[in-house]
Design a protein around this ligand. Structure first.
Ligand SMILES: *Cc1c(COP(=O)(O)O)cnc(C)c1O
Length: 385
């Protein structure tokens, strides 16, 4: 397990220093920004450099930093989380293969599986426990795909158990580690082959760029890069440089997100207008015991169900600090109603089946002062007219 390596510097040290390019020209402390789309050939490592080949200096820098944080051998940076996910699935699944996906995935991933993978004649199965994954296996199974904690109900699955099932069959295991981040969860150390992220969220952390990252053993990244070069979903140098800057504060931001979300979850849990709080950090949450074993912190995402769903519009209107907005993982607190956003294309019955009620509000807890957030939600959720 690379994360148990005593020689590894701590998370904050890796956030600040891992992967930084030396500035041999001017001696600057930051990685120089290489904006060229044309490079002299052959390149320094006898490899032609080009942004769509995923091998420019700034792309490499970010990939190396995230790989160091995940305790993995190598990484690849993409133009969005979906570009990363789509490239992984298209690189490793071909017609006739079977793949098992966790139920309740991020909506975009679910749509990609249904709209693209199924048309590629990939046989898709859904499962929600390690036992169900095991039962879904066929001789054609090539890949297992999970998300933990999941969006928006923060469901957690035993990551090591999924990795063991995959290893025993010699098939790939993939996790979307976006909600946890490498600070809170180290899937590769738990035996997973591929950990990927929407870097749009916590990794960048400032709600001002779209990116994705994949971390895996070098041999897997080599194969993935060959496919990525065909699909072309790369990130340009300036966005890489801004993502690198965002990553430098990931560890301290996550410590604050973890702290705020736990205190806000406990606070909301006591409000009479709140029927239920979904947060793996609460002892009453069904994911608490597995999350306690496999996470270093419970993350900044939580969801609440209001007792009276008709109060949702008023509650959102009354928030002064938290803002209703899509996306998550930034320094600012955001709220959204899954029934009106990510799950609006499902019927009410279908939503009920997947556990999304009309009174459900997802909260991306930011790094503001916790007293201010508690006061904001306390006032907005008071139920007073
Ligand atoms: C946002 C998100 C994605 C997609 O990422 P984009 O950067 O928007 O393409 C994938 N997985 C999870 C869990 C997400 O929250």
């Amino acid at each position: 397990m690379q994360t148990a390596d005593k020689a590894q510097p701590g998370f904050s040290t890796r956030c600040v220093h891992a992967g930084t390019l030396p500035d041999s020209y001017a001696g600057g402390v930051n990685s120089p920004l290489y904006t060229s789309t044309a490079y002299a050939y052959p390149g320094p490592a006898n490899e032609n450099i080009y942004q769509r080949y995923f091998n420019t200096p700034n792309q490499q820098t970010v990939a190396d930093k995230v790989a160091a944080l995940e305790g993995g051998e190598a990484g690849l940076v993409f133009g969005s989380g979906m570009a990363a996910i789509a490239t992984v699935l298209l690189a490793f699944l071909k017609p006739g293969d079977q793949a098992v996906f966790m139920k309740g995935l991020y909506g975009g991933t679910h749509a990609l599986v249904c709209d693209v993978l199924m048309r590629q004649q990939v046989d898709i199965r859904w499962a929600d426990t390690p036992e169900a994954f095991e039962q879904a296996l066929t001789p054609q199974t090539r890949l297992l795909y999970i998300e933990s904690p999941s969006n928006p109900l923060l469901r957690c699955i035993d990551i090591a158990a999924i990795a063991r099932i995959a290893k025993a069959r010699g098939i790939l295991s993939v996790i979307d580690n976006t909600f946890a981040t490498p600070i809170n969860q180290q899937p590769l150390a738990l035996g997973v082959d591929i950990s990927l992220h929407s870097a749009t969220k916590y990794l960048n952390g400032h709600s001002d760029l779209n990116a994705g990252v994949v971390v895996a053993p070098a041999a897997i990244i080599r194969e993935l890069r060959a496919c990525a070069t065909h699909l072309g979903g790369m990130l340009d140098a300036e966005a890489c440089a801004r993502l690198e800057r965002g990553l430098k504060t990931l560890a301290i931001r996550m410590a604050h997100h973890n702290h705020n979300a736990l205190l806000l979850a406990r606070y909301l849990n006591e409000l009479p207008t709140v029927a239920r709080v979904y947060y793996p950090g609460l002892e009453t949450d069904p994911g608490h015991s597995i999350a306690s074993r496999q996470m270093n912190g419970f993350g900044g995402m939580l969801s609440v169900e209001l007792t009276d769903a008709s109060q949702v519009p008023q509650a959102l209107r009354r928030l002064r600090i938290a803002q209703p907005a899509l996306s998550l993982g930034g320094v600012e607190t955001l709220v959204c109603v899954p029934a009106q956003t990510s799950h609006c294309n499902l019927s009410k019955e279908e939503r009920q089946q997947v556990g999304i009620s009309d009174g459900l509000i997802r909260i991306s807890v930011g790094i503001e002062n916790i007293e201010d957030l508690q006061a904001d939600f306390g006032e907005a959720f008071s139920g007073q007219p």
